[in-house]
Design a protein around this ligand. Sequence first.
Ligand code: FE2
Ligand code: FE2
Length: 179
Amino acid sequence: MYGIEILEREHENILNFTNILEEKFINILDGKEEIGINFFEKSINFIRVYADGHHHKKEEDILFKYMLEDLGPLADKLIRSGMLVEHDLARFTTLELEKALKSYEADPSTKNKLDIIGHGMAYVYLLRRHAEKENQVLYPFAAKNLSEEKLNLINEETKAYEENFNKEFLADFEMVLLG
Ligand SMILES: [Fe+2]
Ligand SMILES: [Fe+2]
């Protein structure tokens, strides 16, 4: 099922990113690295453009839309009280991380450093839980219960969505983060 496989692959990229972020915080706590403003600005950009602007938006516009239309109260509850709330929480956490980074730039105190680590790790834990729930519960539920016709529509709409996304973004991002 192409539409869902693409979402699962994107989870792998997002989970790799959470590992890079966690590794960075460990190095900072171990005194091996300082807070690098450029690294965190790139990280926030990755979250906004890829994790949220591409992945979460595609879930909301395509898969969740068809699930809400066709799969009754259980899907409604899973999506509205679970997934969408967590997408919003991820946006809020990113905003808090950005604020902490700005405060640290103005005043590199231990308190401001702690805020960056705290909000950054909140994002890491949230996205790991969120992706696991989608992989283990939500996507299999959709694949099992949506009609063939709707699954085909999801595949077609996903294909169009992918064509409009700048594929070089991921490659550029990996170079900056891993380089
Ligand atoms: Fe999601
Ligand atoms: Fe997801």
